[in-house]
Design a protein around this ligand. Structure first.
Ligand SMILES: [Zn+2]
Length: 419
């Protein structure tokens, strides 16, 4: 009898967010179990035993529901060092935001503490055994410090789960490193299947110039950032020779500290260290208001302008046409940041502010662009590609089928693929 492997598509299929994939064979391996950040939406429930959870990286759409999984299954949860530290930071923050906004809370603070008991550290190049017959390889995904791709090896099949990945190096991390041999199935993120990113160096240069011009005019350059993007922004400002004060605020401070604790996962740890040494951290409202007295750059959370010190700064600066709001993160639909980009109005709580400060956006994505995705498929040369984590999964699968000799598809949440 031929033994079958079932791939359960639990979440992140034909959508972005709440990733979850269960590979079912003699042991059941869960790859990511995240949250839809904007509405706390969950992936489908595994509905069977889970023997191990592998978390690809420290983003909530990949690990946001790990505490709930651990509470139910008490299975080992495999993470790299940076992911472990970030999970603590992000899960606590997510709980706080859910409480504040009246969104469903799927776990408690105690569940976060308990999760850490089940967390096991992994490193790039590891081969982890789940039971006697299932093995999981850990590769560098190049998406952020500590990010992984996983290859589940079971019943003579090799299933590669890319999670989020990037092949080109950034200032912060090296690009993905992978061994392309004999992969049967790839579950691949396709966030940017429809377009390429502009050259990074050019983007960084333009961003720096934008900050510099603002400061030369006597304004404040406000850089809202996801906590995890902030260290890269600090490096850009420092590497291009910032000769003005650079402040760091909000959860971005903790994320930067976490990355500095894991230099092996950084491309240029010394450059990040040098950048942070010149940065002035802000903690109190008084310090924030003092910082605004002179032209400067402020890197602060939150990236989508839904919370964090950024709200305070926008309230103070929105009518100042000399100041700039310089965005680098993807503005998730339904957030205050997205509404601001679309309408030029900042609507939050009981505020509705028409912005006079200048707004600009730069693409500093940590995801593979369209050409990188195609190159990746060509290099791996798998038998089957399951497109996920994207808005155009179906279209991209059709394109892959016409370009390559393989079977590409775009399953839906709840589908089970038998191999
Ligand atoms: Zn991610």
């Amino acid at each position: 009898m031929k033994l079958i492997v079932n791939i359960h598509c639990l979440g992140g299929f034909r959508e972005v967010g709440r990733n979850g994939v269960l590979v079912e064979s003699s042991k059941n391996v869960l790859l990511d179990y995240g949250l839809k950040v904007e509405n706390a939406g969950k992936p489908k429930h595994p509905n069977r035993e889970v023997d191990a959870l592998f978390v690809a990286h420290g983003h909530l759409d990949h690990l946001g529901l790990a505490p709930a999984i651990y509470r139910q299954y008490k299975c080992p949860v495999y993470v790299t060092g940076p992911t472990l530290d970030l999970s603590n930071l992000l899960l606590r923050d997510s709980l706080k935001i859910a409480k504040l906004k009246g969104m469903p809370r799927h776990y408690s603070a105690t569940d976060i503490v308990n999760l850490h008991k089940g967390e096991k550290r992994i490193h790039y190049g590891d081969e982890i055994k789940v039971g006697r017959k299932v093995k999981v390889d850990v590769w560098d995904a190049g998406h952020m410090p500590g990010s992984c791709m996983f290859v589940v090896k079971t019943r003579g099949k090799k299933i590669l789960y890319t999670s989020d990945f990037k092949i080109k190096s950034t200032r912060l991390v090296n690009g993905a490193r992978f061994d392309a041999k004999n992969i049967d199935v790839v579950l691949m993120e396709t966030t940017y299947s429809s377009r390429n990113h502009p050259p990074r160096k050019k983007t960084e240069k333009e961003l720096f110039q934008d900050v510099k011009n603002t400061i030369d005019k006597g304004g404040i350059a406000l850089l809202p950032s996801f906590a995890i993007r902030a260290p890269e922004l600090l490096m850009v400002l420092n590497d291009f020779g910032a000769d003005f004060p650079v402040y760091l605020d909000g959860m971005a401070k903790s994320a930067t500290d976490i990355f500095l604790r894991h230099p092996k996962f950084l491309r240029k740890p010394k450059a990040l260290k040098a950048a942070t040494e010149k940065v002035i951290p802000l903690f109190s409202q008084e310090e924030r208001n003092n910082a605004l007295k002179e032209p400067c750059a402020i890197v602060t959370t939150g990236g989508c302008m839904e919370g964090g010190p950024i709200i305070h700064y926008i309230k103070k600066l929105y009518s100042d046409s000399n100041s700039s709001l310089i965005m680098t993160g993807f503005q998730i639909p339904g957030t205050a940041g997205r509404y601001l980009v679309d309408t030029n109005r900042f609507v939050h709580d009981n505020m509705d502010l028409k912005l006079k400060m200048r707004m600009s956006q730069y693409d500093m994505s940590a995801h593979a662009g369209r050409d990188e995705l195609i190159k990746f498929v060509k290099k791996i040369n798998p038998k089957k590609v399951l497109c996920m984590h994207g808005e155009y999964c179906k279209k991209f699968a059709t394109e892959l089928n016409s370009r390559f000799e393989l079977d590409a598809m775009a399953p839906k949440n709840g589908d089970v693929i038998k191999i």
